[in-house]
Design a protein around this ligand. Structure first.
Ligand code: ADP
Ligand code: MG
Length: 273
């Protein structure tokens, strides 16, 4: 049996707020190496329910690996991650190892939606079929209900008229909006975005950021790896700067982006702004 993850000894004022929608993510002492390369180095981070966190940092700093660890697409070497106090995947505690069974990992993953840089839609399925597949297979929804929910989600991302199109018939921005709707179709508590606008032509970035902004107001916990600093400033409650697998600095955008403490954060921002 997997024990409940104990609360850390020190709470921030925010993390003891009652959980309503859920979606509190607690990352504790997470490390991960690929061979001799340490990609995550004792990362600790708490995201309160409904918050929006922007993760920034140079290429190779471990941002994607951290996101993948939250979804247990990446198995960590040490430390653990919990969503609403429920362990994700695996925890090494001294000599004791707790590991969820594959079916429990899959069940837990329903809480976490993921949106990738490259959309990853099923090319052979229409937009609406892309959206109903997982709710039918994973949530066990009747097809009629899955279709009704999918239409609602498409309307929410401004694509009600594209239900029967194939992904190749859509612009990159439209495909990414479908990918966001698909991530929402499992009603996740948390949505992770890995550079969701990096593959888009500049004129298509805004429509995708607008959808994410709307989502930010809805109470779903969001984690967004992004190089869009203006967007992070506007939408994020918390900005996290990573380098070399470590969190060098974290805090509200008004401080981290405007008056960073760490010289490496300042250097990074000078390059991307
Ligand atoms: P970021 O998203 O910040 O660019 P990543 O988390 O993708 O960084 O990668 C961090 C480091 O880990 C990089 O040096 C990358 O090459 C390496 N890395 C990522 N995934 C793997 C893997 N599956 N095998 C080996 N090295 C990897
Ligand atoms: Mg990355």
């Amino acid at each position: 049996a997997v024990p409940a993850v104990p609360a850390p000894a020190v709470f921030s004022a925010r993390s003891v707020l009652p959980v309503r929608n859920g979606g509190e993510i607690r990352i504790t002492g997470v490390s991960k190496s690929f061979g001799t390369l340490k990609v995550l180095d004792e990362v600790g981070l708490t995201l309160r329910p409904g918050s929006v966190t922007a993760i920034i940092g140079q290429s190779g700093s471990g941002k994607s690996t951290l996101l993948r660890a939250i979804n247990h697409l990446e198995r960590v070497d040490a430390g653990f991650i919990a969503i609403d106090g429920e362990l994700i995947g695996y925890r090494q505690d001294g000599d004791t190892l707790y590991e969820l069974k594959e079916k429990d990992i899959l069940a837990r993953r329903v809480d976490v939606g993921m949106v990738f840089q490259s959309f990853n839609l099923f090319p052979h399925l229409t937009v609406i079929e892309n959206l109903v597949e997982a709710p039918i297979a994973v949530r066990g929804l009747p097809r009629a209900q899955a279709l009704a929910e999918a239409r609602e989600l498409l309307a929410r991302v401004g694509l009600a008229d594209k239900a029967d199109a194939f992904p190749r018939q859509l612009s990159g921005g439209q495909q990414q909006r479908v990918a966001i709707a698909r991530a929402l179709a499992l009603r996740p508590k948390v949505v992770l975005f890995d550079e969701p606008t990096s593959a888009l032509d500049p004129e298509l970035v805004g429509e995708v950021l607008d959808v994410i902004k709307e989502l930010a107001r809805s109470g779903t916990t969001l984690v967004i790896v992004t190089h869009e600093i203006g967007f992070a400033r506007e939408v994020a409650d918390q900005v996290v700067f990573m380098e070399g697998g470590r969190i060098l600095e974290q805090g509200p955008p008004s401080r981290v982006l405007a008056a960073p403490d760490h010289p490496r954060t300042r250097e990074f921002l000078a390059k991307v702004l």
